[in-house]
Design a protein around this ligand. Sequence first.
Ligand SMILES: [Zn+2]
Length: 404
Amino acid sequence: MVAIGRRGVGDDGGSAAARVLTLLHRSGPLTRAAVTAELGLAASAVGAALSDLTELDLVRVGEPPRRSPGAPAGRGRPSPVVEVNPDGPVAVALQLSADRMTVGLVGLDRRIGHVRERVLSRAETDPGVLIPILAGAVSDAAHRTDRRCAGVCIAMPGFIRESDGFVRSALNLGWDGVPLARHLAGTMPTAIPIAVGRAATLAVLAEFRYGAGRGATSMLALSCEHVGIGGGFVDAGIPLTGAGYALEAGHIIVEPGGLRCPCGARGCLEMHADARALSRAAGRRPDRGHAGTVAEVFDAAAAGDRAAGEAVRVTAGHLVTGLTSLVNTLAPERVVLMGFLADLYRAAGDFVRDGLMASSVVARTGHIQIVTGDLPAPALVGAAERAFAPLLREPRTALPAAPS
Ligand SMILES: [Zn+2]
């Protein structure tokens, strides 16, 4: 179970209905008795909240779990199982990266459906061209279901003012000062709440709550979708955000005087340890929007090709240099590598672990685990978390009216 009861989300002033809905969203199906115990609420308050949530089609109350044959009968009536309605509202989650976009519909049970991916040409990343494409993708996704849409969230790289979805800059897209949420809202036929969040932060929070970070007190995660590297850090359930600008791990300098980065510095981690860097180190021409080139380099390295093996080690070495600074600064209990970096770690795990132990005094003194991400689409799950946030806070009032 995800611990959010007495110490979690519900304690910051949320109503009983908000606390029950948030618990069921995070934990999955529970008996009514378990909900009451977990939240520390009176049974009557839980009953009233469940009745409201059922009426709103947000929660479903099912049969009590069957007793196994021969198990002793408990006292009183068995407690029914309650869960979020799998046919309830959806969030439109869209992940935008430097060379592609992926859009899907996510339910309160975190099931992702109707996923569409599109590779973007360089010309299509211009905001004037891309914003209508994004608007079309969001609208198309929302029309693929007759379930109500609770909100939209765009997960993208860059410096983002999350309060109003303003993209201050997104270096790998070449964006500077784009009021993305406002532009998108202007194209929507109905007033659906639109949020914009930093993809790395959203993905890290999703892995922390539901994936490779479960059970960890603190977690550092690095993610790479082919181009660029994003980072996130969660401590005791709270992500380090710095108003949306913290932990630009991709711009830690790992090679002084190295390649020029769009951020203005030379030798940034993402210039030397993302998928482009591996392709370059192996003497391959990186392809746009496909992982074909890097898969070929990993295959060649595994088959004993010396040049490919050396390219993997050089790229992994830069990752170790970046991780050393981050681990020494943050001392995470767990390091989660996602996307291309998970593939790199699978290809050179011993090299990365040994390198980090040799170079990081904190890694040597602590108990740091390095693992790969668990969730197939963490940024989409994280985007849905953001899109559902108003509904989870105010279940009675946040949902837009059902289409007539
Ligand atoms: Zn940089």
